[in-house]
Design a protein around this ligand. Structure first.
Ligand code: FES
Length: 147
């Protein structure tokens, strides 16, 4: 058999195998081609932090991935952190900082216009009128996940 004939025969063989495979699956119940369900917990991971080397002191904060994450307590439980959207509700700027002294999240110039938010997300000072969206925090060992 020459190479050209071998390739042609291989193509026919594969076509028949594929057709047979599809027919076997067409009866229902064998293969579900639907979208897989979302992961348990209902949301995707927005931010993951290793608490061994980040956010180690009360008042430490990180802004990343659309999230501002603030350590509000000294433990390593979800209650020791606040996770909020970092998108200011005034005009959509990314908030610029967490001020340890005031305990407020700031949306400053050059993009922001001076809004301030509590770690609950509530507006402290406008012009923003609506709170920051709060996200779920889970802690497993030393890994914190925001979803
Ligand atoms: S966008 Fe934050 S204060 Fe205007």
């Amino acid at each position: 058999m020459e190479r050209r004939d071998f390739v042609a025969n291989l193509g026919i063989t594969l076509a028949l195998a594929c057709t047979a495979g599809l027919a076997a699956c067409g009866g229902g119940g064998g293969y579900d081609n639907s979208t897989p369900p979302p992961p348990a917990g209902g949301g995707s991971t927005r931010l993951s932090v290793n608490l061994n080397n980040e956010l180690m002191a009360v008042g430490d904060a990180k802004i990343s991935g659309g999230v501002i994450l603030i350590r509000t307590g000294s433990g390593n439980t979800a209650a020791d952190f606040a996770a909020l959207s970092s998108t200011c509700t005034h005009q959509g700027c990314t908030v610029s900082a967490y001020n340890k002294t005031s305990g407020l999240i700031e949306c400053n110039a050059p993009c922001g216009h001076g809004s301030r938010y509590a770690t609950s997300g509530a507006v402290n000072t406008g012009p923003a009128a609506n709170p920051l969206t709060a996200y779920q925090v889970t802690v497993s060992g030393n890994v914190l996940t925001v979803s």
